[in-house]
Design a protein around this ligand. Structure first.
Ligand code: CMC
Length: 507
């Protein structure tokens, strides 16, 4: 419950007074939850000024510019809270530290999606539904086998989620009607069941698809999700199990190592949600046009994959390998300061102090290293970490280690290939994505398509010029015409062949 406010504060005028100096008009903008509605500013209009272009649409009201969503709240959410200045992360009000220490991944998933810690029977129902939905149609084997032997696992996983949607016509608003899920907000129990069924499928099959993407690279047969194991344990089993005919089967068909299972479970908890990060925003942006949730999750995968987001843990390891040893750390940091290099695993849009997950993860790292052996890159990582935290360049910019600084080292110690690291992030983040998607579908005010505005700075209206009248003046500036690219030998030969008897194009 919130604290009792003093009477003087209760009476406080929750509004902002704005004067438009172009017109002298004054406006009172309501403040709700310490935010002002961007749409209010659309009502602030003025006649076009001498420097305004028609494309500025001055008479049609002010736009709010926020490149990169630095200070725009796009949803009202009840799920996750981050206080970036104080290094706080809470899921539904529960501190991440308590959840990592005392809960488990599927219980945290329940909490994120349904809003409260489950009773024993609620947890048992949810757990059995998720695990029951792990197996996938055997046709999917053909889908995975269609990839090249060296395909990046994220290419496979991203496509696999979209592919999964093709199985479930009943979950597709394009086929069933656009209110298929949103009518759950009006109390339709069938719509709610349909939504939750897709959620069980998405979480249950995330490990199955991820393991398939892994095993196709290893040239091994796929493993049917086992029964009687926890989510993280089942995932490790699906990755590592060898067939009974294999001579190592005795050794490898045993249950995964409990320390690694526990470590993965904690890592899954830490990665399950992080409010409006790039990929969750992408899932909601995609979901706002009401496609099936599998397509929205595939879009989330694509967004997560980039090195500024979920690809950062892979980038950290590549960076540590390139630094080579602690003695090279000062030179590396100098290169970062000259903007010749990037210090991956440092900095965050929201955290302006250490990411709270990074403390938990360091403890997990020690537990993992105790069974797997210490990664030699750790010395370089520690030297880099300590030097950056003492350096004014990073301190003044409030750049501190984020979760990815350490997670890659754990994944590496556990024996995962580097390009699989983002997959290990996607699997738990599916939970955050579906929690946000479900919350949006259940919004009492309905779903609004996410259609942002732009500031158009391009040419004003101009008339078409016939080809023969165009001069080279049409091509100005870097990037304003297609690049000249190198071609393969095969293309060169083909072009030569095509050119026989004609004027030859430049090779
Ligand atoms: N190394 C060196 N300088 C940095 C870094 C970094 N990792 N991050 C930010 N800065 C500098 C940046 O150049 C800018 O300096 P100046 O004010 O002189 O121009 C200042 O710090 C503010 O940074 P910003 O670019 O405005 O920050 P942002 O909020 O736009 O970007 C970020 C956030 C996470 C993309 C960025 O910090 C970054 O690229 N970090 C490295 C990649 C990384 O570790 N990503 C994982 C994030 S956590 C997990 C997740 O979200 O998936």
């Amino acid at each position: 419950m919130g604290k009792q406010l003093p009477a003087s504060e209760l009476k406080r005028d929750e509004s902002l007074r704005v004067v438009d100096n172009r017109t002298g008009k004054e406006y009172t903008v309501p403040i709700t939850n310490n935010s002002i509605p961007a749409n209010f500013f659309k009502g602030i209009r003025a006649a076009a000024g001498p420097n305004d272009r028609p494309e500025d649409e001055t008479e049609r009201g002010l736009r709010v510019a926020d490149r990169g969503f630095l200070n725009t709240a796009v949803i009202e959410s009840h799920i996750t809270y981050i206080d970036g200045d104080n290094g706080v992360l809470r899921y539904r009000g529960y501190p991440i530290e308590q959840l990592a220490e005392r809960s488990n991944f599927l219980e945290v998933s329940y909490l994120l999606i349904y809003g409260a810690l489950p009773s024993a029977s609620q947890l048992s129902h949810f757990t059995s539904e998720v695990l029951l939905h792990g197996p996938i149609h055997s046709d999917a084997e053909g889908f995975f086998r269609a990839f090249r032997y060296d395909a990046h696992p994220m290419s496979m996983l991203t496509s696999a989620f979209a592919y999964l949607g093709s199985y479930y016509g009943e979950a597709n608003p394009s086929l069933q009607g656009q209110d298929l899920f949103t009518k759950a907000a009006k109390g339709d129990p069938v719509a709610l069941q349909n939504m939750d069924r897709q959620i069980f499928r998405l979480i249950g099959k995330a490990t199955t698809l991820a393991a398939m993407a892994y095993r196709i690279r290893q040239g091994r047969d796929f493993v049917v999700p086992p029964t009687g194991m926890s989510y993280a344990e089942s995932f490790l089993y699906q990755l590592d199990h060898l067939s009974p005919t294999d001579h190592l089967s005795e050794l490898h068909s045993t249950k995964p190592h409990p320390v690694l299972v526990k470590a993965l479970d904690i890592l899954f908890i830490l990665h399950a949600d992080h409010e409006m990060n790039a990929s969750s925003t992408t899932v909601l942006q995609t979901g706002s046009s009401l496609p099936d949730p599998f397509s929205a999750v595939a879009a989330g995968c694509a967004s997560l994959y980039g090195p500024l987001h979920g690809g950062a843990n892979e980038a950290v390891i590549r960076m540590l390998i390139s630094i080579g040893s602690p003695k090279n750390v000062p030179a590396f940091l100098e290169a970062v300061k000259k903007r010749q290099k990037v210090l991956s695993g440092f900095g965050h849009r929201v955290y302006k102090t250490s990411d709270p997950r990074s403390f938990i993860i360091r403890k997990v790292a020690d537990e993992v290293f105790a069974v797997t052996g210490r990664d030699p890159l750790l010395d370089t990582a520690m030297a880099l970490h300590d030097a950056a935290l003492k350096d004014d360049y990073f301190v003044s910019r409030k750049l501190a280690p984020n979760v990815d600084f350490w997670s890659g080292l754990i994944y590496r110690a556990m024996g995962f290939p580097m390009d699989f690291f983002p997959v290990l992030f996607v699997v738990p983040r599916v939970v955050g994505w579906v929690a946000h998607w479900r919350q949006m579908m259940l919004s009492p005010s309905g779903v609004k398509i996410w259609r942002p505005r732009q500031l158009y700075l391009g040419p004003s209206t101009r008339d078409y010029v016939p080809l023969e009248e165009r001069t080279s003046a049409f091509q100005v500036g870097v990037g304003m015409e297609p690049s000249v690219i190198e071609h393969s030998g095969m293309t060169k030969r083909r072009k030569l062949a095509e050119a026989a008897g004609k004027v030859r194009s430049k090779l």
